[in-house]
Design a protein around this ligand. Structure first.
Ligand code: LP5
Ligand code: MN
Length: 250
């Protein structure tokens, strides 16, 4: 049995190759395996009532995956934080809390999307607090879908222009926050995505060697962490060539 971790696929109607690569990727998962999706699975999720063909097709695929006994669980990211109960019911995917400690291959592992670790990015932290509040979400979800789509496009544009002005290290995790949360949860291993800076970091924390595995975003390559036989490995693979993939069209 194997456990796979992925994040930051940023599924989008104009990124058909990524959706197709995800569908192909799931073929390697067998009954009894586990899949953890650690946020930003969708490039933008406007609400579970979205009936866009991409949303419909991906949910059907997840349901088929769960139906063949692949335990699938998801943490939301800063792009798909509106994923909710209706999505979970339609797919059978378990929606996980933002911070989760799970025992995998006999090791306690802390799982996060990763955005909450970027505490130096105070503008983003304030934004996050706002969009994660139930009151804001309830208000936004009551708006018609075209209006939400427009809002999401404006937020993306604003985020892009602000990010271009932010120092590089501000958009990475804050080392002190990583140490703090690992000590709080008494774990030696942390897995997250969000920063698009795939790497395995090891350092000493209170006399112990600890490890932070950072997933990469799916673009020219796909990234995953495979936990099997007691070991964790960060893996990069080229995106399968279009000709070898089943078509996904939206
Ligand atoms: O996303 P990414 O990686 O480019 O940047 C993130 C942070 N930005 C965000 C914002 C999202 O990109 C917005 C898109 C959300 C789509 C789905 C929303 C669906 C619901 C909405 C409508 C129904 O998360 C960015 C971080 C970066 O990661 C690295 O960590 O720096 O943070 C920001 O850009 C936040 C800004 O610094 C501050 C926010 C300003 C908001 C201004 C509001 C303008 C009003 C627009 C009209 C609605
Ligand atoms: Mn993210």
């Amino acid at each position: 049995m194997a456990t796979y971790f992925i994040s930051d696929l940023h599924l989008h109607p104009q990124r058909e190759a990524i959706t197709a690569a995800f569908f192909a990727f799931t073929e390697r998962l067998a009954a009894g395996d586990q899949l953890f999706i650690l946020g930003d699975f969708f490039d933008a999720w406007l609400g579970d009532d979205d009936d866009h063909p991409l949303a419909v097709q991906v949910q059907a695929h997840l349901k088929a995956l769960v139906d063949r006994q692949v335990t699938t669980a998801l943490q939301v990211g800063n792009r798909d934080f509106l994923l909710g109960a209706r999505f979970a019911a339609a797919t059978g995917v378990e929606l996980l809390p933002d911070v989760l400690c799970r025992t995998i291959e006999g090791h306690a592992v802390l799982l996060l999307h990763g955005d909450s670790l970027c505490t130096a990015d105070t503008a983003y932290m304030a934004f996050r607090q706002q969009v994660r509040s139930p009151a804001w979400q309830q208000q936004v979800l009551s708006l018609p879908l075209p209006q939400r789509r427009q809002m999401a496009a404006e937020l993306r544009a604003k985020s892009q222009s602000l990010n271009a002005m932010k120092a590089d290290d501000i958009m990475d995790v804050t080392a002190e926050e990583v140490d703090r949360i690992m000590l709080q949860h008494q774990v030696k291993r942390l897995i997250h995505g969000h920063t698009h800076r795939p790497q395995v970091h090891q350092w000493q924390l209170e006399g112990e060697t600890v490890e932070r595995l950072v997933l990469g975003d799916w673009d020219t390559h796909l990234w995953y962490i495979l936990a099997q036989n007691g070991a964790f490995a960060l893996v990069q693979e080229p995106l399968p060539s279009a000709s070898s993939l089943p078509t996904a069209s939206f």
